[in-house]
Design a protein around this ligand. Structure first.
Ligand code: KG4
Ligand code: ZN
Length: 361
């Protein structure tokens, strides 16, 4: 089957063509993966402006889908299914993709499958590596999420824990702003960190001494792990505040030499990466996972990729990361997650709306 994936949950308008291979261990092949980034639109504002994002999606969606079909060498009659991100994300942005998918599905008589954005990030691992050993502990770490999922069976995703406050990508973006480095912060901090000393600025590791007051309701956590033990929990807002304090101690950002800015980047990145890897590997052990996955925009981070894989090798636990082209938001992962649902017998539907917040099951 040939599936068209559509992703418009935030500031990337994306469309991709993915086909099934018929080979159970490597179920899908990417035929095209087109992304129109809105970074330039939002850069002057230091973050995504939702209304501008929706308007840009409207301008871009038709061209992006046309390009995805052309690049894959397929025409509309070849497309057997459409998968579209239903949520979570910015509702105005999501609506553009969902409306396009429903309209195209209706006009062309093609089944439409709504997909959870984070299921897409998880399936990006399978797009690259083929089926991974299960149960898997998969960390989805992006601008909006830092959540750990257990994947017991193909297509089943159980939330085990998440950040108590900021997502890791959000912390990157906020710290980049504090350092006057522009938006999005992740890639620029990653780059500058390579020239900095990662022990130059003393920054604290988050500690979980109290139960989480914002703990998810029990029905949203299908967990065998007691989250109050802090096994699969993350926190980054204290780290961001600590960066702010150290900046004040140093006389403010304008007083910093480029080398000290690089030291700030490297020190911040070390704490984020260590905390992500330590918590994830600990949770994987507690859960008896056979492998670990790290997906989502922050999985593009060079230190996180390198250290997660190395740590897995040392501990005898395979660690999978997506290629850079599938780490940040894209529609190939959405097509894959849609094909996964089709293969599990989930019926296509037009009876759904875009949802800003939506549980994964
Ligand atoms: O998954 P994604 O594209 O969008 C969301 O679903 O949020 O993730 C975007 C996030 C941004 O916060 C961005 O700063 C971060 O991923 N990011 C990175 C890197 N590349 C993107 N963070 C750290 N290092 C990177 N190289
Ligand atoms: Zn994402």
């Amino acid at each position: 089957m040939i599936a068209l994936g559509i992703e418009t949950s935030c500031d990337e308008t994306a469309a991709a063509v993915v086909e099934t291979t018929g080979e159970p261990s490597v179920p899908w092949r990417v035929r095209s993966n087109i992304i129109a980034s809105q970074t330039r639109t939002h850069e002057p504002f230091g973050g995504v402006v939702p209304e501008l994002a929706s308007r840009q999606h409207i301008r871009d969606i038709c061209g992006v889908v046309t390009q995805a079909l052309e690049r894959a060498g397929v025409a509309w009659p070849d497309v057997g299914a459409i998968a579209v991100t239903q949520g979570p994300g910015l509702v105005g942005s999501l609506l553009v993709g969902v409306s396009f998918a429903k309209a195209a599905g209706t006009a062309r008589h093609i089944p439409v499958m709504p997909v959870h954005h984070l299921a897409g990030h998880i399936e990006s691992l399978v797009l690259e590596h083929g089926e991974i050993p299960l149960p898997a502990a998969v960390l989805v770490v992006s601008g909006g999420h830092t959540s750990l999922y257990l994947v017991p069976e193909p297509g089943q995703y159980r939330l085990m824990g998440r950040t108590r406050d900021d997502a890791a990508g959000e912390a990157y973006d906020k710290v980049a702003r504090l350092l006057g480095l522009g938006y999005p912060g992740g890639p620029v901090i990653d780059r500058l960190a390579q020239g900095g000393r990662d022990d130059a600025v003393p920054l604290p590791r988050p500690k979980f001494t109290h139960p989480d007051r914002n703990r998810l309701p029990d029905e949203l956590i299908r967990s065998t792990v007691d989250l109050t033990r802090g096994v699969a929990e993350f926190s980054f807002s204290g780290l961001k505040t600590a960066v702010l304090r150290r900046l004040d101690d140093a006389g403010g950002v304008d007083a910093l030499s480029p080398q000290v800015v690089a030291d700030f980047c490297a020190s911040f990145q070390r704490v984020v990466v260590e905390s992500l890897i330590d918590q994830t590997l600990l949770a994987a052990q507690v859960l008896g996972a056979r492998c670990v996955g790290v997906a989502g925009g922050v999985s593009a981070n060079s230190r996180l990729r390198r250290e997660a894989v190395a740590r897995g090798q040392r501990e005898g636990l395979p660690v999978f990361v997506p290629p850079l082209s599938l780490a940040t938001d894209n529609a190939a992962m959405i097509a894959a997650a849609g094909l996964r649902k089709f293969s599990r017998g989930v019926p296509a539907t037009l009876e759904f709306s875009a949802c800003a917040t939506i549980p994964i099951f």
